[in-house]
Design a protein around this ligand. Structure first.
Ligand SMILES: [Zn+2]
Length: 429
């Protein structure tokens, strides 16, 4: 086959090599690697090492000014910290693998090459023989397979998956100007908002762990500096909105603000979350710089953001109300945290959240009364972003008016509340 189409084959190989190199550009200030970017985050780890079943956690994050990626493997009887960098002169990855097996193995560095667009193959020349570890990314499932061999034998296979993961949460989306100095910088479904001011910027929400590079790219594509983000505000402390907070705080030094009731969840990486907690961290823990309460205001560069405590979905859930201006007029904008009731919630109360039903009732009631010109929400699907605006559409703030859509969404949530209210047996907590 290749003999017949030799020229085509060479061209294809060249294209692959070019693409592979393009994925790992060398830069004296940053190691940019779009494949390794996909590894950032908190993962469930399952698999087999020899005959031993392993199941536990894995996490990865950029450290040291984005020059090194730190991997943390932790299962029931093994733990490793791995530091990955890139040697721009020799064009190869370098791995420092440190683990509980002690110093002998840490003396041997691993070297890696990109063997396909989705695979990095490492080899370690350990004193007792060569060892190979392939990191293989599955873009369809957003999952990783680590295939380890020693000699000719398979030594182990580990699979990394993100808990509760939905593809639309990580799917890239075109950033755009919503109204005045308010911009959309989130993914297809996880809404993140940038409010720009002459004194720096405010970012609302940060997506799932690993979204920070997508958000940075969006902020820069709109012509703003990522490092000018001074405040990160969160609508509620679930991992799909706070996943990028730690990385963004570290890179920008921004002040992190969250509803008071979600402070603990942010501080322990989601482990104390009443629904999703109890399985270790789901995102990198962060101490908030400020806890927000109802009717607080957050001010920066002439912007004044009113905090509306809307508990229920989480204890500290908040919506934000503020005014933005363009050349023609000003708009009162509501970033709504909609009171969605998760399946595992029980009424009238639940362990760790005794007031849950009352909080939902209060929020459903009070959200009706808010006056605004435009509204958006924590998830794009909650305010039908894709129906209201197509990528490439011209600037048109009015499409986000839609009071009727807001009321209909609240009607649906009230129905869900009533259904839960009558169908749930009284909780024993
Ligand atoms: Zn949530």
């Amino acid at each position: 086959m290749c003999r017949q189409f030799q020229i085509l084959c060479i061209a294809a190989l060249l294209a692959l090599t070019t693409a592979t190199h393009a994925q790992t550009p060398c830069d004296s200030t940053r190691f940019n690697d779009t494949l390794l970017d996909k590894l950032v985050g908190y993962w469930d780890l399952r698999g087999k090492i020899g005959n031993r079943e392993v199941t536990n956690h894995f996490s990865a994050k950029w450290i040291l000014n984005h020059q090194i990626m730190e991997l943390h493997f932790k299962d029931t009887s093994y733990e490793a910290l791995v530091y990955l960098g890139y040697d721009c002169e020799k064009h190869r990855y370098v791995a420092h693998w440190l683990d509980i097996l002690g110093g002998k193995y840490s003396e041997t560095l691993g070297y890696g090459t990109r063997t396909s667009l989705s695979t990095i193959a490492f080899h370690f020349d350990y004193p007792d023989g060569p060892f190979f570890n392939q990191f293989i990314y599955d873009a369809q499932q957003h999952s990783w397979h680590l295939h380890m061999t020693s000699g000719n034998k398979t030594w182990g296979d580990e699979y990394l998956t993100q808990p509760y993961y939905q593809a639309v949460w990580f799917q890239d989306y075109e950033p755009f100007r919503i109204a005045g100095n308010l911009y959309y910088v989130g993914s297809y479904d996880l809404a993140c908002y940038l409010i720009t001011t002459p004194s720096g910027h405010i970012l609302i929400n940060t997506g799932i762990p690993g979204s920070e590079d997508m958000i940075r790219k969006h902020v820069e594509a709109l012509g703003f500096r990522f490092k000018d983000i001074k405040i990160v505000m969160i609508t509620h402390g679930h991992f799909d909105h706070v996943g990028g907070v730690a990385a963004i705080k570290e890179e920008t030094g921004a002040q992190v603000m969250i509803g008071e009731g979600d402070g603990n969840v942010l501080a322990d990486g989601g482990n104390s979350d009443v629904i999703m907690g109890g399985h270790g961290p789901l995102f990198e823990a962060v101490m908030a710089d400020r806890f927000l309460r109802d009717k607080d205001s957050v001010e920066l560069g002439g912007m004044k953001i009113l905090v509306l405590h809307h508990p229920g979905h989480t204890k500290g859930a908040c919506s934000y109300l503020f005014t933005v201006k363009d050349e023609r007029r000003s708009y009162r904008v509501l970033i709504a945290n909609m009171p969605t009731i998760l399946d595992a919630v029980t009424f009238p109360s639940m362990k760790g959240y005794p007031d849950v039903q009352n909080d939902f009732a209060y929020t459903l009631d009070t959200m009706r009364k808010i006056q605004f010109d435009l509204w958006m929400a924590s998830h794009a699907n909650q305010f039908d972003l894709q129906a209201k605006r197509k990528p490439g559409d011209a600037y048109h703030p009015e499409v986000f008016g839609d009071r009727a859509g807001y009321e209909a969404a609240l009607d649906d949530l009230r129905k869900a509340y009533l259904k839960k209210n009558t169908s749930s047996p009284p909780s024993s907590y």
